[in-house]
Ligand binder design. Structure first.
Ligand SMILES: [Mg+2]
Length: 174
């Protein structure tokens, strides 16, 4: 990763940010996986669900990052999921089955439908965090000090790196 610094918490929307579907309308549970295939889950009708191509790699890189100036317990970046989906249980199951470094290990899970601004407001540790989302309306989180990164066509390496650059610049300007 070319970025040397990362936010303490990086949050991601799900639908059309991490995968190219609406989990609550395009997918019928239960979900299952064929063999041990990574980054592919099938729904009841064998419709495949995968993260966008670069997502697993981006999660691996975030997971590999350590804050040099902190102790063991707090030195990892928290990966959070923030989605308004009406199917949070299905979304959580899907994240579990996709077998990539799991956002569900983070302290912030897929919540019931809620506006992103409510999510961050309730987190109370929002200053200095970053949020990737395909819906521009959620840019209102910037009022809380969160850096909003718009993801127009699915998360990829370039959007991620550009987003982190923006986050760094915003922090150094403030
Ligand atoms: Mg979305």
């Amino acid at each position: 990763m070319c970025s040397t610094r990362l936010p303490k918490l990086i949050a991601f929307d799900l639908d059309y940010t991490l995968w190219d579907l609406w989990i609550d309308t395009h997918v019928d549970g239960p979900l299952h996986r064929k063999a041990q295939r990574v980054n592919e889950v099938l729904d009841r009708n064998d419709h495949p669900i995968s993260f966008y191509r670069d997502v697993a790699d981006i999660f691996h890189k975030i997971r590999a990052h350590r804050f040099a100036d902190e102790g063991d317990a707090e030195d990892k970046v928290v990966i959070a999921v923030c989605s308004r989906t009406h199917a949070p249980d299905l979304a959580r199951q899907c994240l579990n089955l996709l077998l990539v470094p799991p956002p569900h290990n983070s302290e912030a899970e897929t919540a019931p439908p809620t506006a992103a601004i409510t999510f961050f407001d309730e987190l109370e540790i929002y200053p200095g965090n970053a949020f990737f989302d395909d819906e521009r309306r959620n840019g209102e989180v910037e009022k809380l000090g969160v850096t909003f990164i718009h993801v127009p066509t699915g998360l990829n390496h370039k959007i991620f790196e550009d987003g982190l650059e923006r986050w760094q610049k915003r922090r150094s300007d403030s």
